[in-house]
Design a protein around this ligand. Sequence first.
Ligand SMILES: [Zn+2]
Length: 132
Amino acid sequence: MTTYRYDKITIDTDNPNHNAQLEALHARAARLLCTCVEPPLEMYLARTQAGIIVKRMPDTGPRHAPTCPSYEPPAELGGLAPCSARPSSKTPTPAPPYSGSAFPCHDGLADQCLPRTTPAHPAIPPRHSPAS
Ligand SMILES: [Zn+2]
């Protein structure tokens, strides 16, 4: 059972007359209040093929009581956060073919490379030293 409030009117979704109430409220663009939490959360009415439905305001899902049909877990708890993150922001930028540094940088890690004066690997000495 979900109970909404508008002014002094209570709309109970178990009440067979609630559709008529919603029709009347939709006609005057009324905003309902979801009473699952205190203070109540504002809701709006939308017309669908099935009739008038009560919808939560954008981004208010996590603020409803977990028992409320309008409740939506926060994105970070829903397991969808990594999927909803913009994938392009995580894609490393390929390094240019030749960056001009003293040693090759790994792709996308150019900013983590050591300064040019301290190469990661010391230069391999030539196999044959000049004879003296
Ligand atoms: Zn609610």
